[in-house]
Design a protein around this ligand. Structure first.
Ligand code: AMP
Length: 216
């Protein structure tokens, strides 16, 4: 059974949506470091202020702060998780591996969705994200009320989904996170799924890929 996996991949590749799909199937929580940071931002903590400043330029939060968040999550929530958007650097990857080694709970899978840059740019610059539950929606999924279709919360445009900042995030992904993808590929635990098309089409391809890894 898959109980420890992470979703990596460039911004707006659909990893949050597919992590939520797998979570609904398994009952295992999705842990998004981006969402944790947005909660810190709203609470106005020191980490939140720094994160807000960095997100204006699409810059990553320092490794040790993100590792601190992840470590306290593991300490309070246990050893089943689907991380979304973590790790994003090799330093985070190695620190995470040490944490899991100490706990005797190795990572089982790293999951990557392939989507062309132009499609991701279009998705990101048109999507709206719920301030409360963190889910992102394309314009076609938002009703007349303009509220979150899932929880009724307020939908916002993320400041880092604006064109120029989004391009910086893509550039940063190639520089900082692509080596993480290569690392998990070399370890033999990376699965790659075609992430184009609507969410149901992607979930069905994802389900087939998981079948090849022993199923959910
Ligand atoms: P996300 O919602 O995953 O796209 O993350 C939004 C922003 O939070 C990113 O652009 C980073 O500034 C920050 N962030 C999220 N996860 C990480 C991470 N693992 N390492 C560093 N910064 C992160």
């Amino acid at each position: 059974m898959i109980e420890r996996a992470l979703f990596i991949g460039p911004p707006a590749c659909g990893k949050g949506t597919q992590a939520a799909w797998l979570s609904a199937k398994t009952g295992i929580s999705v842990v998004s470091t981006g969402r944790m940071l947005r909660i810190e931002e709203r609470a106005g903590t020191e980490l939140g202020k720094l994160s807000l400043e960095l997100s204006k330029t699409g810059t990553l939060v320092p490794d040790e702060m993100v590792i601190g968040l992840v470590e306290s999550w593991l300490d309070t929530h246990g050893d089943q998780f689907f991380f979304d958007g973590f790790p994003r650097t090799l330093a985070q990857t190695k620190a995470f591996e040490k944490l899991l080694e100490k706990r005797g709970t190795p990572l089982q899978l790293a999951i990557l969705f392939d989507v062309p840059d132009s499609v991701r740019l279009e998705r990101a610059t048109s999507r709206q994200t719920c301030r409360d539950c963190g889910k992102a929606f394309p314009p076609s999924a938002v009703g007349e009320s303009g509220d979150c279709p899932k929880c009724g919360g307020a939908l916002i445009r993320r400041i880092d989904d604006v064109g120029d900042v989004f391009r910086l995030r893509m550039e940063q992904y190639s520089r900082m996170t692509q080596p993480v993808v290569d690392y998990y590929r070399d370890k033999g635990i990376l699965i790659e799924v075609d992430g184009t098309g609507n969410p149901d089409e992607v979930s069905s391809r994802f389900a087939s890929a998981l079948e090849h890894c022993g199923g959910i």
